[in-house]
Design a protein around this ligand. Structure first.
Ligand SMILES: C[S@@+](CC[C@H](N)C(=O)[O-])C[C@H]1O[C@@H](n2cnc3c(N)ncnc32)[C@H](O)[C@@H]1O
Length: 219
């Protein structure tokens, strides 16, 4: 890992000192990576959606305990949030048990946190003021072109629905905890292409993670 560098925020420096190596999740060969790849090629691949759903339901019981052991797990979200435009509210997708939700709620006045897995949501952390919703990234219960900011940490990337719900000039902050070592990782350039014409992107690293801030056309 490269040094944090002068001027790096104290939380990033501390996390890098505490946790010099990211976990080896065998991401290239991970079932989640294979499912994500199948869904990018064919968003109608029902079996892949089901596979993902089942695997995260199974992991829910131990999820929180594992993520809490990963120092700096949400650093990329914290760093990316420093770059977003002011937004009145945000939607977090694939929130799990709320690993990034407190950071988002600390930066945006109102947050709707969504995940498909009731097993994950049942074990969520308590974050005041957050509305928790069971929702599939394929059909978010949100109006078209309404959302100023969508955020996800280690989420399932399904561009069609993201593009539908984000308002003109709205933003998508996509983060991973372990860059390409994250099972659901999709390279930012590929996400950028899949979002379509007119989107802009900037990004960076924080701790072991990566953030990419996409801005929709029509600002
Ligand atoms: C890798 S976990 C990330 C959880 C949390 N954000 C974190 O970083 O620890 C992926 C999450 O996506 C959720 N998920 C899987 N398929 C989904 C779908 N079709 N719609 C919404 N969420 C889904 C899982 O339940 C799981 O909580």
């Amino acid at each position: 890992m490269p040094p944090a560098g002068p001027g790096a925020p104290a939380d990033i420096v501390a996390a890098m000192e505490e946790n010099p190596q990211p976990p080896d999740l065998k991401a290239d060969d991970h079932p989640s990576r294979r499912y994500q790849e199948r869904l990018l090629r064919d968003p109608g691949d029902h079996e892949a959606w089901q596979g993902l759903r089942r695997s995260y339901d199974r992991m829910a019981e131990d999820w929180r305990e594992w993520t809490e052991d990963q120092h700096g797990y949400d650093l990329a979200v914290c760093e990316g949030l420093r770059r977003v435009r002011p937004a009145e509210w945000a939607v977090e997708i694939c929130c799990g048990t709320g690993e990034a939700t407190a950071a988002i709620a600390g930066a945006v006045p109102a947050v709707v946190a969504c995940d498909l897995s009731l097993e994950m949501l049942r074990r969520r952390v308590d974050v005041p003021g957050v509305r928790w919703v069971a929702a599939d990234v394929r059909s978010l219960p949100l109006g078209t072109g309404r959302v100023p900011l969508v955020v996800s940490l280690n989420g399932v990337f399904h561009p069609t629905e993201i593009v539908r719900v984000i308002r003109p000039g709205g933003q998508l902050l996509w983060c991973t905890s372990f860059r390409s070592g994250t099972p659901l990782y999709v390279p930012p350039e590929r996400m950028h292409r899949l979002l379509g014409e007119g989107w802009t992107a900037e990004g960076g690293h924080a701790g072991h993670g990566e953030w990419t801030l996409f801005t929709a056309p029509g600002a």
